[in-house]
Design a protein around this ligand. Sequence first.
Ligand SMILES: CC(C)(COP(=O)(O)OP(=O)(O)OC[C@H]1O[C@@H](n2cnc3c(N)ncnc32)[C@H](O)[C@@H]1OP(=O)(O)O)[C@@H](O)C(=O)NCCC(=O)NCCS
Length: 417
Amino acid sequence: MSSADTIDWFRNTAPYINTHRGTTVVVGLRAGAVSQDNFINVVHDLALMQSLGMRLVVIHEHAYLNSAPLPQEAMGPMLAEIASERSQIERMFSMGLPNSPLHNAKLRVISGNFVTARPAGVLKGVDHGALGVVRHVDVAGMSHALDGAAICLLSAVAHSPAGDVFAVNALELMQVVARSLAAEKLIVMSEHEGVMTEDGSLIRQLTVDAARNYMAHAADGMDDNIALACKACGDGVPRVHLVSYACDGGLIKELYTHDGAGTLISSDEYEQMVAAQGHDLAGILELVRPLQQEGVLVERTNEQVAADLQHFTVITKDSRVIACAALYPNTADAIGEIACVATHPDYRDSGHGERLIEKLVETARELHLKQVYVRTTQTGHWFRELGFQPVEQTALPSAEQAKSSRDRNSNTLIRAI
Ligand SMILES: CC(C)(COP(=O)(O)OP(=O)(O)OC[C@H]1O[C@@H](n2cnc3c(N)ncnc32)[C@H](O)[C@@H]1OP(=O)(O)O)[C@@H](O)C(=O)NCCC(=O)NCCS
């Protein structure tokens, strides 16, 4: 990558960094994650996410635990294995050799008695021994650790007030911790890339309802991940990401790039059309900058766009701006200019542009404007299909004609409202 590409790439990550900073994220490592070669890269990526301001809770599943009884005598060896795995994770977070991504990171990893459990007890006449059910999460204690910029590391064991120790289902723990901390995200890292279609292609995003349909046909283990995602979303966790622990950079790609690396499952509709807020500025600039450079949109400085932000309406998808348009009302002449209409190339031809125009027309109507107009060099036909009529520039009120200095020999189209 050339240094210009690197700079461009780095700038493009800014909207994601801003979105994720300060959010609480629970990362669930399914069994097998810690022992595979890529795990050191996962640790580096977690360290980077923490450096970029995420509040991280990492939960490792040592071995898959179904709801079968767990004899008390199995607990000793299991605890030793879990402790060894946890120690391995702590050791990796503590490495800071020069030239390694963890150099100077000074990460603090805190594990503790944050979770209490009760025995699963006797079910259908069978004593489930050392198998426990998560009872309570010490939210205040964990928040204190996270506020102190530490990573909380939890194993799938918990204690009871009576002093017993129980093994708990790690998936249940991930769900309860994410819910209790009101986490913005739960990321489940397993051997699977994500949810796949029948012909083997990765599905990038799913609603909970759609995800449920994939549960029955999902690969072994993936059905549990999907079930967990659906439950967590049902508990109010807005986003659950299913990512492979074997994919180098999978976490970074999923969180800080447009394409992602796994499957995002969320309970809400992904797309929202809203008035632009301060945090949308970077996304709008990212969207319109290439079009300005191509001369498709009128050149506006970043400062101009920032100053005009209140005129913008955006469509966002998972907090990312995928389309925008601005309405500049001139109430004195009862006319408004529509400008800066853009849809991200990946999301075109799905009606976003038309929805934005209709929204701006509705806004103009509420402002008692009688007309809206647009100046365009290449999109005249598109606007005509949306009810705009070509007119001479002189048909505009003089105050609007005066704005044409920033114009580029474009066509003017008007729509009555
Ligand atoms: C113009 C633009 C905003 C449309 O966004 P969109 O979200 O794809 O819009 P819609 O989905 O509502 O409309 C897509 C339809 O318009 C058509 N269309 C797109 N650009 C067109 C153009 N320049 N001329 C005529 N039709 C066009 C598409 O082919 C598609 O037609 P179809 O539905 O028959 O397949 C988008 O192409 C874009 O960002 N272009 C670059 C910026 C630009 O030109 N902005 C306008 C200047 S202010």
